[in-house]
Structures are given as C-alpha cells and as structure tokens.
Design a protein around this ligand. Structure first.
Ligand code: HEC
Length: 129
C-alpha cells in the first residue's frame, strides 16, 4: 500500500464517521415534545392563575401584548379566532414546542413544565371578547 492509499482510506473513514455522527444527532425530531405534564399536580386555582399571569408578563407581552391584544407580530390570545386548537393539551404543546411554522419559539427548554402548565391555564382563563 502506498502512503497515498493509506491517506485516502483514512480520509474516507473519517468522512463516514463524521457523516454517522451528523445523521445520529441531526435525525432526532426536535418537534416532538417529550414532556408529559401531570395535570393532577397543577389545577386552575387563583395561585396558579396569578403565577401564570406573572410568567406571561415576563415572557409573552413583547409579542402578544400586555393585555393579550396581540401585536403586528403575534396573534390576540383572548379572542375566539385562534389559529390553533384551544384545548388544554394543544395550548400546552404550542407554548412548550412552539408553533409548527416556528414563528413562535418553544419555551420547553427555558421554562419548567409546571410553569408552562400555569401559563396554559392562565391563557385558558382569559375572557374572550
Ligand atoms: C417572539 C414573539 C413571541 C413571543 C415572545 C411569544 N409568542 Fe406566542 N406566538 C407568536 C406568534 C408569531 C404566533 C403565531 C404563530 C403561527 O401563526 O404559527 C404565536 C402563537 C401563540 C399561541 C397560539 C395562538 C393561536 O391563535 O392559535 C399561543 C397560545 C401563544 N403564542 C402563547 C404564548 C405564550 C404563553 C408566550 C410566553 C411564554 C408567547 N406566546 C410568547 C409569537 C410570540
């Protein structure tokens, strides 16, 4: 074997290793939330709604507005014209994973599961107008 052949073999081996690593780490579907909230632990009481309100004020007003009235960049959250389903699990999933087109990011990596649950219940508690 010439040294050129050895270098070629090493190069090809390295390339396949890099490709396997890329496929392995790149292939996981990050859209599927592994988070399974336990709703027995978080109920829609006054404390939870207050906690959800505070989290909303901290993280969500920039786009959805201080009074959920929406902005040019994000929809109103206290009307009947939602883009996505409005049941508890769907709202949780949107806040946790973000929306399918990713114009809203997912908060699952930033907030605790119980925070997202409180936000979900808070959003559900909003008066529709
Ligand atoms: C950077 C801007 C931005 C921030 C911050 C943001 N959102 Fe959103 N949100 C959006 C956009 C844009 C959409 C619409 C997405 C689409 O059309 O797919 C959306 C959609 C939603 C929806 C679905 C509304 C519908 O009509 O179906 C919910 C619920 C929601 N956001 C909750 C939240 C909560 C709770 C927070 C705070 C933790 C938050 N958002 C923070 C931009 C944002």
């Amino acid at each position: 074997m010439t040294s050129k052949t050895i270098v070629t073999i090493l190069f090809v081996a390295l390339l396949s290793l890099m490709m396997s690593i890329f496929v392995y780490f790149g292939n996981h579907n990050r859209d599927v939330s592994p988070i399974k909230p336990d709703w027995a632990l978080v109920t829609s009481d006054a404390d939870t709604i207050q906690f959800g309100f505070e989290l909303y004020q901290k993280s969500c007003t920039k786009c959805h507005g201080a009074n959920h009235e929406g902005t040019y960049s994000a929809p109103i959250l206290n009307d009947d014209e939602w883009i996505y389903p409005t049941d508890r699990d769907s709202i949780f999933k949107i806040i946790s994973d973000g929306t399918p087109n990713k114009t809203m990011r997912g908060w699952g990596t930033k907030l605790k599961t119980k925070d997202i649950q409180a936000l979900t219940l808070y959003i559900m508690s909003l008066k529709k107008n």
